[in-house]
Design a protein around this ligand. Sequence first.
Ligand code: NMX
Ligand code: MLT
Length: 437
Amino acid sequence: TKTLEETLREVIPPKQEQLKKLKAEHAQTVVGDVKVENIIGGMRGIKAMLWEASVLDPIEGIRFHGMSIPECREVLPPAPGGKEMTPESMLWLLMTGKVPTPQQSQQLSAELAEKGELPSFVEKLVDSFPKTLHPMTQLSMGVAALNHDSAFQAAYERGVKKTEYWAPTLEDCINLVAKLPSLAARIYRNVYYPDRPLVPIDRNLDLTGNYSNMLGFGNNENMTEYLRLYIALHGDHEGGNASAHTSHLVGSTLADPYLAYSAALNALAGPLHGLANQEVLRWQIAMQKEIGDTITHDNIKEYLWRTLKSGRVVPGYGHGVLRNPDPRFVALQDFCKTRPDLQASPTIQLVQQTAEVAPEVLKEHGKTKNPYPNVDAASGCVLYHYGLTEFKYYTVIFGVSRALGAVTQLVWARALGLPIERPKSYSMDALEKLIKN
Ligand code: NMX
Ligand code: MLT
């Protein structure tokens, strides 16, 4: 059985050839144009980045190396005894473009468990944070501090050849993915359950089995399976989203993967991006309180209009690229539909009913280009139902997940020798001059 690194050694050379050919034959081929609306509109729609692991179609949603979410759920190996694809299987697919065998996926789980402990200075650093510091700030700071032991940084100082950059980068990336659950679980314990002892890593468990255990949900197999699906699903969403793009930008300076991903987490912590899953729960709970026990489409509608008229966005709805319901939302709803306890949950019912009403209200409101639910509309309610009710923590789980796609691109950017990212900017005066010419 080939390891992840051995598999990468096989798949990198043909990709390097593909890039060489693209450069040689198509460097001057035009694939789109740039309008003033793109420059002043958050670069929306500009085709401007290479990103190998996934591509987002506005109607069909995300495909990982061409595979849809239902296809991934079908073929990616689960954990022993489980049914849902694991994040390690997804990481293998993202990195190599190949579906791992169950043995390869388990081998990767074992490697991650072996490398999962935090250096003691990082434990001390995280333990020194005030409980009131947002969990995402803690995560970002903890990840940045892990760069103390960066293999890439050490190799760069030794003068490693450019063609070899990717191998120490991969070493850092695997270490980062391995350590994220311990770091994230430590933050959860410190902020919400300071008297609870921390559970050590079990070398026989997969990454999420350990994470769930460390969060205190190890005896709830449904929650662990949900976390596997959640973390695998949120792993990558092509390159232009704010967190992935940040990681790519920072990584393009040859900053090590810890620094690149720490920066990405700061982007994920914004309410228009990953923090929306925390905001959805806060908003749903406030709605539940206001509406009371009799939930009808009419009173949900009224609540939606109150949110919109007060000038706020409806969290969990809209998207920069998608123009249909997010297939990740659909997959999480599917998970709920197969479990009677979840179907009976008032919080989950409210999410489902809101999704029935909100698109019409948002269409009537007439602003958003996409009136449909995105993944954040559904991701938190199952956590809430299973007892992880501290919704300020939800984006941390997103942060454990998004590393899968970010680290994949960091390895590929170095394997392909991609340059530092540096787009051209204009002032309004300069733009007007450009228009006149
Ligand atoms: N509720 C109310 N108004 C909205 C919404 C919404 N859910 N979505 C977009 N709009 C408004 C938007 O604020 C903008 O208004 P204005 O012209 O006054 O600035 C207008 O509609 C056009 O925006 P779009 O072009 O449709 O959206 P854009 O690509 O700029 O932004 C989001 C995409 C996702 C930031 C936006 O839809 C949004 O703020 N959604 C709510 C927050 C959210 O769920 N974010 C999570 C995204 C997924 N993730 O995990 O990252
Ligand atoms: C994501 O998963 O990153 C979000 O859906 C946002 C995006 O793709 O722009």
